[in-house]
Design a protein around this ligand. Sequence first.
Ligand SMILES: [Zn+2]
Length: 301
Amino acid sequence: MTTAEEWIDRITSVRRWKRAGERAPHKPLLMLYALAQLQRTGSSSMTYRDAEGDLIQLLANYGPANRKSSPAYPFHRLQNDGLWTVTADGEVPGESVTKLRASGALGQFDPRLEKDLCDSPALILRVAQSLLELNFPESLHEELCAAVGLDRTGLEISAVKERVLKLKRRDPQFRKIVLVAYEYRCAMCGFDGRMDARSVGIDAAHLRWWAFDGPDTVDNALCLCSFHHKLLDTGVLGITNDHEMTVSAHFIGTGKAAEDLVLNLVGHPLREPQRGQPAPAGEHIHWHVEQVFRGPARVAA
Ligand SMILES: [Zn+2]
C-alpha cells in the first residue's frame, strides 16, 4: 500500500523531469488538468481527443516560450513514471497524435493513485499544490488553478510549502534584501507605495525561477510592483543584457493604461539597485529570455 506521503514523493519527483534548467512543464500540466477533473467529476479518465484542445492551450500559455510541444508527449510518457495509464481499441497508440485521436485512446491516473485520490480530497489538493510549487512561480498559481478548473478551498498551503522547502533551502531574507537593494521601488516603473510603515504592492521577483535552481540572490532578482512582477513571470516583459526593458510583440493593449504601464517601457533602462548592490546577472537574464519571455520583442518607437 502506498501512503499519501509516498504518492507526494513520487509525484514531486517531477523535479527530475527538467534537464539543465530547461522548463518541461508538460507532465505537471497534464497532472494538474487531470487532478482538477478528478476533483470535479470523481474520475480522471479522459480521451486524448477530448483533452487535446485544453492541453494545447495550457502548453501554449504556461509552457516554455519559443518552443512548440504536443500534448501527445506527456499523455503517452507519463505512463513511464508509473502514475498514468493509456488504453485504446486495438493497436497501442504510443506518441502519435493521429493514432491517439483515431484509437479513442483513454488516459487516466494509475488505478491505485486514482483510488487514493478519490478517497482523499485533501491529497488531491496537496499533490496539486506541490506540482505548482515545484514548477511555477507563486505569481502564476492562482490563474493556473483557474485555467485547469481546480478549487483550492480547504488547502493548507503552509504545510505543502514546508514540505517543499525541505527539498531545497530558501533564503527567508530574500524579499528583504532585494527590496532594500532597490530601495523599495519598482525597477520598471518606480512605484514605491507605502501604507503606514510597510510597502504595499512591491515584490521581490526572481529572474531565473526558484523552481529551476534560481538562487535567492540580488543578482537574480528585481524589485517590482506586483503588476510588473506578474508580467515578468508571464513573459510579457523581459530585460536585455544592457538592462533595458523589452515587451513581447504578442502583448496587445490599446488603451492609455496599457501604453503607459507596458508599451512605453520598450527600450528604457531599468532602475539600478543602490550603489554597491549587483545588477541582474547575464546568466539569469539569459535563462528568462530563453525559458519565459515570449519573443520576439517589440521594436522601440
Ligand atoms: Zn512597476
